[in-house]
Ligand binder design. Structure first.
Ligand code: MAN
Length: 559
């Protein structure tokens, strides 16, 4: 298909301009008619110093440096960018004054075709449906006027396109409204949270105060040990346990000793009997040695005399007795704390009449706190045991404070979300977290709006990340739009950049350029891997439709 260089679609020509059509030279569009009105001469449009006879217009010879004297021929086509450079002697200006050869296209839409294609022997119905570009019949070519049928077909397709464009715009409006509602929802959540935070801050302050008060007043109280007790009491308990263990060990040893003593006595009796009864005439060396050893042992024992162990035995017996049976330690005395003077004062409260009791109690507590704070009394709070009242107050304070922290961080997150770029009209807020997918080649591709892109091989295996959304961008495209309206068309398009996907073996981290064009529904049209692991996704979405936007350049698909 031939590439048409310069085209200007003229769908809004005024009737008055059309009325003067017949008086214009061939190839002149209505907006240039005024330059060709003079009855006696023609002045080059961009070079008013050059005046020509009227017969020089469309005489297939290029006189004006801007080509304006040849609106209906290809004589000046060397002035176009595609023409080979041809230096024109003395030409001050080589910019073409006209956009092209004007095809009236009656029954369809008037259009300009590049002068290059005028009388080139090819019917360019895509642009000139009336065949007027081949007026000279070069090579015998005859281009009949097809504007009626082409125009009819175009209008039918245009009707579909317009309907689709209206539906797309309606969808877009819905998305914008949805995004507005979502934004309002976030704002509402923030303001609700702010009210809750204010209330909570008060409660936290109160509960903190309460906790500190309880802690302070508990400090002033005499803590009656529940279970663990004071250091002395604990020590007394441990000492009592240890003494009992040692006592048991002594008793065990005494029993063992008595057992061994009895065994020795028994053996001595056996050996003494043996010495009395053995036969000295029986010359057995072993027996003689044993008798001799026994005699030595007995002699040594006699020499040492009887050892009186009764005192020692008495001591052991005394130590082995329980403390309650002797004059030993009175553990009960150590195991219960003695009442302090302050305790006595507290006990004294009980004798006071009701109304006075509370007042006196408070005064006593304050006094005790004062004494603690001035280092005169020991601080119960440091004793390691916390009263239930203090721990309850602390838990209540901490839980309110934690709740406050959570709410404050939610407000932070939501505020950041409001500042985040969700595209024009905040529209992608409505699409965020939704995904669309497409089967293409050996992969299934997925696009999750403002989140990530991925591919999944049909042969199995997991998802491969093709990038995470980083930013919006704009890029210019000049591409085709198919009969169904799918394609990027011509113009600046919104682009979503997805970067830092899964690393590509021997390559970069995968990334995807998602190019958006207006469509009735969200749809991935095409995925191409332009370079290794660098993908481009062409996607249709109503989110990028513009009011009055020409959805597709009709130059290719309309005919
Ligand atoms: C996978 C896919 C392809 C990519 C190769 C690179 O097969 O992600 O798109 O080209 O890895 O090794």
């Amino acid at each position: 298909m031939r590439r048409i260089e310069t085209l200007v679609l003229l769908s809004t020509l005024s009737i008055s301009i059309l009325a003067s059509e017949s008086s214009r030279p061939r190839g002149v569009g209505p907006e240039f008619a005024k330059f060709y009105k003079a009855a006696d001469s023609f002045t080059c449009i961009s070079n008013p110093s050059i005046k020509l006879e009227l017969s020089k217009v469309n005489d297939d010879y290029c006189d004006c440096p801007d080509g304006s004297d040849e609106p209906g021929t290809a004589a000046c086509t060397y002035l176009s960018a595609l023409s080979p450079p041809q230096p024109i002697v003395g030409a001050p200006n080589t910019t073409f004054a006209l956009p092209g050869f004007y095809c009236k296209n009656k029954g369809h839409i008037p259009n300009y075709i590049s002068h290059t294609f005028v009388n080139d022997g090819v019917c360019d119905y895509e642009v000139c449906c009336d065949g007027s570009d081949e007026w000279a019949g070069v090579g015998g070519v005859k281009c009949e006027d097809k504007c009626k049928e082409i125009g009819k077909d175009w209008r039918r397709l245009d009707d579909i396109r317009q309907k689709s464009a209206r539906a797309a715009l309606k969808k877009k409006t819905e998305l914008v409204n949805e995004a507005k509602a979502l934004r309002a929802g976030v704002q509402l959540r923030i303001s609700n949270l702010q009210v809750e935070i204010k209330d909570l801050e008060k409660k936290v302050e109160e509960s903190k105060k309460k906790y500190e008060e309880v802690e302070r007043s508990e400090r002033g109280k005499v803590v009656k040990s529940q279970g663990k007790g004071s250091k002395v009491t604990v020590l007394a308990g441990l000492a009592k346990q240890r003494v009992e263990e040692l006592r048991d060990a002594v008793i065990g040893l005494v029993n063992k000793r008595d057992e061994l003593r009895n065994k020795v006595k028994e053996l001595e009796t056996i050996l003494s009997t043996f010495k009395e009864e053995y036969n000295p005439n029986f010359n057995d060396e072993g027996v003689k040695r044993a008798v001799k050893s026994w005699e030595d042992y007995a002699a040594k024992k006699d020499a040492a005399g009887e050892v009186d162990e009764s005192a020692e035995d008495r001591d052991i017996e005394e130590v082995s007795k329980a403390d309650s049976e002797t004059e030993g330690i009175n553990w009960a005395e150590w195991e219960t704390e003695e009442e302090s003077d302050v305790d006595a004062l507290y006990a004294f409260e009980e004798y006071l009449p009701g109304p006075v009791r509370a007042w006196v109690h408070q005064k006593l507590t304050d006094l005790r706190v004062l004494l603690i704070e001035n280092g005169i009394l020991a601080d119960n709070a440091n004793s390691g045991s916390e009263s239930k009242a203090v721990s309850n107050a602390r838990t209540a304070y901490q839980s309110l404070n934690d709740d406050l922290g959570i709410k404050q961080s939610s407000v932070g997150d939501l505020t950041k979300d409001l500042e985040k770029d969700y595209g024009q009209d905040d529209i992608f807020r409505a699409l965020k977290d939704t995904c669309i997918s497409k089967d293409s080649g050996e992969y299934e591709y997925e696009l999750c709006w403002l989140d990530k892109t991925s591919q999944k091989s049909k042969k199995g295996g997991g998802n491969t990340g093709m990038g995470n959304f980083v930013r919006f961008d704009k890029m210019y495209f000049d591409e085709e739009v198919d009969a169904e309206g799918k394609g990027l068309g011509t113009g600046e398009r919104t682009v979503l950049m997805y970067e830092n996907g899964q690393h590509c073996w021997n390559g970069p981290n995968r990334q995807t350029t998602v190019v958006l064009a207006c469509a009735e529904k969200d749809e991935i049209w095409k995925v191409v891997e332009q370079e290794k692991c660098m993908y481009r996704m062409d996607v249709g979405s109503p989110a990028v439709c513009e009011n009055g936007q020409k959805k597709a350049d009709p130059k290719k698909d309309e005919l």
